[in-house]
Design a protein around this ligand. Structure first.
Ligand code: SAH
Length: 455
């Protein structure tokens, strides 16, 4: 279907389904059509962005007819902010699409899910995030100072998201107080292209179960502004949680990412503590920690359940971050060996194990593909929780050589997951069951947990 308009620059199509990560799919003159930010049942107008032999890519111009299940988004920034993408869908619909998208990836790769156990939703659809990285900038050239998220479909504009609904009121208070404080200080925000400016990012972390709050201001060293004046403003705010840490990170690197070249403590201590499933975890300013605390508890419970009986077994926790999964299964296991690339996270993992009175955990810093070959223990169970790129082929080769009876694969990217699963199946593993776990409501992302056993 579809209607020809002008020189075929703009066409109208009805969206039939979505493909991971929630890209709307339709067809036009026998060609497959991809349109980001659209959902099944919508009729849309889009401009042709890419034209290839077998498919077209459209940029959404306008939703002409809404899908019957659409609702009003809760957040006033929705649609302009580049953060959330599906607040206009009921949460049930979001979960249904996520499950279908993951299942389709398995089918297209001819990989079985084993018993498909469906999608487990997040306890909270809103106010679930425990970490946000906000950027300083402006909405348009020469506009007033803003602090928040990149705007949708724009490379430069920044939107102040002091009404953001996926974080709680403490985060909103920090954003508002920070941007208000700096607005009249006449300090320039950092311009990536010009490599000039002072204010770069604001990282806020809050341990949801303990209430501990960390505020981390990231600037260049191009100005000698006394950031203690800023710390005083934050200290004087009233929070639901407890302000535990104010940091100033110096970052002169050219990359747009937050690179901690020097970290100065302005108030409190330089970490926060979170409780998960009865254990304590120290979260340092830059270590990885699942961004949805209640979601993490539920994800780790699924992993524990998928492992079956870990009594007296040797467990490898590969890509272990601060050692969360390993420590949750350690009390029953004989030994846990965790491997993680970021040294700071490994240090935290070791401290956390001590904190939790666990003496059977060993954490090793290094690239899994390199480090794993030196490990002498023989695992009964291997847990894989790699980054979006999946398990490196070299690492996967070693994983297979260990010949563990069980593997539990936790993945934040089902595309690389199915590729890796294919290799595991070709090498004698059988997929027993699969469950999708939503950790990031209102976005297209989710986690997938798969249990495999050696045939
Ligand atoms: N299991 C942890 C962390 C999972 S995220 C948790 O649930 O908290 C993936 C982790 O893999 C990150 O901590 C990242 O730093 C680490 N990582 C990325 N590439 C790696 C590599 N090549 N070798 C080891 N660890 C790696």
């Amino acid at each position: 279907m579809g209607k020809r308009r002008g020189r075929m620059q703009e066409i109208e199509v009805k969206i039939e389904k979505t493909e991971f990560p929630s890209v709307g799919i339709s067809s036009y003159n026998d060609r497959k059509v991809y349109v980001k930010n659209t959902f099944p049942g919508q009729t849309i107008k889009g401009r042709v962005k890419k034209r290839r032999e077998g498919y077209l890519e459209l940029k959404l111009q306008e939703v002409l007819e809404k899908a019957p299940y659409e609702i009003e988004a809760k957040c006033p920034h929705f649609g302009v902010c580049g953060g959330c993408s599906s607040q206009n869908l009921t949460y049930d619909k979001q979960l249904e699409l996520l499950g279908e998208e993951v299942k389709t990836l398995f089918e297209d790769a001819s990989v079985t899910t084993g018993t498909y156990e469906g999608v487990t939703g997040s306890v909270d659809q809103f106010e679930y995030r425990n970490k946000m990285e906000f950027t300083f900038g402006d909405e348009f050239k020469g506009g007033e100072l803003c602090l928040g998220m990149h705007m949708k479909n724009q490379s430069f504009g920044i939107l102040t998201v002091d009404n953001c609904k996926i974080v709680d009121e403490d985060f909103r208070k920090v954003i508002k107080a920070t941007v208000d404080f700096f607005k009249d200080k006449d300090l320039p925000y950092y311009r990536v292209m010009k490599r000039e400016g002072f204010l770069r990012h604001l990282v806020v972390r809050k341990a949801k179960n303990t209430g501990e709050l960390l505020v981390n201001l990231v600037t260049t060293t191009q100005n000698d502004f006394d950031v203690n004046l800023y710390a005083e403003v934050i200290k004087n705010l009233e929070f639901d949680g407890t302000l535990t840490s104010i940091l100033h990170t110096e970052n002169d690197s050219l990359s747009d990412a937050v690179i901690p070249e020097k970290v100065n403590l302005l108030f409190g201590r330089d970490y926060i503590v979170e409780n998960l499933l009865g254990l304590k975890f120290k979260i340092s300013p830059f270590s990885f920690f699942q961004t949805n605390t209640k979601g993490a508890e539920s994800l780790y419970s699924i992993v524990r359940d998928y492992m079956g009986d870990s009594e007296n077994k040797v467990v490898f926790d590969l890509y272990c971050g601060t050692g969360t999964i390993g420590q949750i299964v350690a009390p029953k296991a004989k030994k846990v060996v965790g491997i993680e690339l970021i040294e700071e996270a490994v240090e935290a993992a070791k401290e956390n194990a001590k904190f939790n009175g666990l003496s059977n955990c060993e954490f090793i810093a290094g690239d899994v593909a390199e480090t794993i070959k030196h490990v002498k223990d023989k695992p009964d169970i291997i847990i894989l929780d790699p980054p979006r790129s999946g398990v490196h082929p070299k690492a996967l080769e070693y994983v297979i050589k260990f010949d563990a009876k069980e593997i539990v694969y936790v993945s934040c990217n089902p595309k690389t997951l199915v590729t890796d699963l294919k290799v595991l199946v070709e090498n004698g593993y059988e997929i027993i069951k699969t469950r999708v776990k939503d950790m990031f409501p209102n976005t297209p992302h989710g986690e997938t947990v798969v249990k495999l056993i050696k045939k």
